[in-house]
Design a protein around this ligand. Structure first.
Ligand code: NAD
Length: 488
């Protein structure tokens, strides 16, 4: 692979078309999760840097909003080509800073490119509505306009896809953008900004300010930031939603998850196991759509033994190795938290039928944890209730579909849920009653594509309009109505 594993990048902020040092001079190291090698240092910027970026974005907005929509869209066509040309390089960067397997990273780049594809349709997406003759000689028309400066705050687990959920569509709709990427995976954001500039985006239209809480709070409090798109963990999502909304901003805050997969007695066991393994252990379980709780309906003996056998065969290692499925978690501190959950599961009486701590001890470096499975987990246990974000599956037992759906209903999260079955009646009941926003029928990761909303429910989402699809267009635009009398 082309990327040098020990290369260290000293990252800068990207403001008004230039790479600039943060005013804080404080930095954080970015280790490769698989090796511990430091691959970058990232500035922990201050509010003054946010002010600088927001001012640049505000200045750029004054002309960008007037650029004809097809012209804005043409920059996105060019961006699409550049991202496609750099597909492999972008995937390698993701592996380097996030640790996920190369194939997963390649898929992530593809999902990101699809968002640019969607945003390139801005001339159609931004069309308004009209009605000739709302009364005699009177017509009404609706036009869409951008909001102004948008702040985007993103998590570590999809350093390419999640920023691309946000800024291409926001900018195509005529807004300008300040992105605060995760300080744990900051390199991709700089590459995205570099390629966006090459695509012809004028200075100030997209800005990147690296850092942590101070940058986030700077965006949430800044009066010139008109809307906030956030993706991250539940407590932070709630905090961001409340603080930004209290400051009068439009907010969409995508949050944590606990996704249940129901395995019905008639399911194709081999296929269900294959999908659950890929969903729960791919990206080390660090996906908001990962399967983390499996509800086994009936005796499930064959399913549980095949699941365990498959988990035993998984290849663990550095994501750059093509054979590998199970990669490290993001930080040693996160692994320590997961170990706490494993101890808690044992303490609360669940049966640890596969203990991933074994592989952890075998690996010489990196934040690895082997595939872990708890059986006979009950809905009141901590490991059933909380998002763990690791290669850990909790198996719950249920007598029938009604009981399984009740587990989903009682979960505070509602991002995704899946059922494995061939029974049409069960599929329909699941579709109607599963209390989550993105459902899969025999699909392990039912994440929606760019032209549909990414549609979490309950504590998995705070706000009204979701990212992507028509919701995304509505979020990044405001509507103006004109009523005209012609017999004046
Ligand atoms: P995180 O909440 O730790 O960080 C997200 C962003 O918030 C980062 O940019 C971070 O710098 C900032 N942040 C963190 N703590 C903060 C604080 N106290 N005050 C202000 N800002 C703060 O999330 P993460 O660990 O990077 O990402 C994983 C989480 O994101 C998981 O919970 C996952 O489910 C969730 N996620 C959800 C979706 C979705 O679509 N619902 C998608 C991807 C990830």
């Amino acid at each position: 692979m082309a990327v040098a594993k020990k290369q260290t990048n000293v990252l800068k902020n990207f403001i008004n078309g230039k790479w600039v040092e943060s005013s804080s001079h404080e930095t954080l190291e970015v280790p490769n999760p698989a090796t511990g090698d430091i691959v970058a240092t990232v500035p922990v910027s201050a509010r003054a840097d946010v002010d600088q970026a927001v001012n640049a974005a505000k200045e750029a907005f004054s002309y960008w909003k007037n650029i004809p929509v097809p012209k804005r869209a043409r920059i996105l066509f060019k961006y699409h080509t550049l991202l496609t040309d750099h597909h492999d390089e972008l995937a390698e960067l993701i592996v380097l800073e996030n640790g996920k397997a190369y194939k997963e990273a390649h898929g992530e780049v593809q999902r990101g490119i699809e968002c640019v594809e969607f945003a390139s349709g801005a001339p159609t997406l931004m069309m308004g509505e009209s009605l000739s003759g709302i009364a005699e000689e009177i017509d009404s028309e609706m036009f869409r306009y951008p909001l102004g400066v948008i702040g985007g705050i993103t998590p570590f687990n999809f350093p390419m896809m999640v920023p691309l959920w946000m800024f291409p569509l926001a900018i195509a709709c005529g807004n300008t953008f300040v992105l605060k990427p995760s300080e744990r995976t900051p390199m991709l954001a700089n590459k995205l900004a570099e390629l966006f500039t090459q695509a012809g985006a004028p200075a100030g239209v997209l800005n990147v300010v690296h850092g942590a809480h101070d940058v986030v709070n700077g965006l949430l409090d800044h009066e010139d930031v008109k809307a906030i798109s956030f993706v991250g963990s539940q407590p932070v999502a709630k905090y961001v939603y409340e603080r930004a909304a209290a400051n009068g901003k439009r907010v969409q805050a995508l949050s944590g998850a606990k996704n249940h997969h129901i395995v019905m007695p008639d399911a194709d066991v081999e296929k269900a196991v294959e999908h659950i393994i890929a969903s729960a252990y791919g990206s080390a379980g660090q996906r908001c759509m990962a399967c983390s709780a499996v509800v086994v309906v009936g005796d499930g003996e064959s399913f549980v033994s095949q699941l365990k056998a498959k988990a035993n065969q998984l290849t663990i290692g550095n994501g750059l190795d093509e054979e590998v499925l199970l990669t490290p978690v993001i930080r040693e501190s996160h692994r320590a938290k997961v170990l706490g959950y494993i101890e808690k599961g044992v303490e609360e009486g669940a049966s640890l039928i596969r203990d991933g701590r074994k592989e952890m001890e075998e690996m010489k470096s990196g934040n690895f944890l082997g595939p872990t499975i708890f059986d006979h987990v009950t809905p009141d246990m901590t490991i059933a209730k909380e998002e763990i974000f690791a290669p850990l599956i909790s198996l719950l037992r249920a007598g029938d579909l009604d009981e399984s759906l009740d587990y989903i209903r009682k979960s505070r999260f509602g991002n995704g849920a899946t059922i494995y079955t061939k029974d049409a009646k069960a599929i329909r009941q699941f579709r109607e009653e599963a209390d989550a926003g993105m459902l899969g029928v025999n699909v392990g990761v039912p994440a929606t594509m760019a032209f549909f909303p990414f549609s979490g429910w309950k504590d998995s989402f705070y706000g009204d309009l979701h990212v992507n699809g028509k919701d995304g267009v509505n979020f990044y635009t405001r509507k103006k109505m004109i009523t005209t009398r012609f017999d004046f």
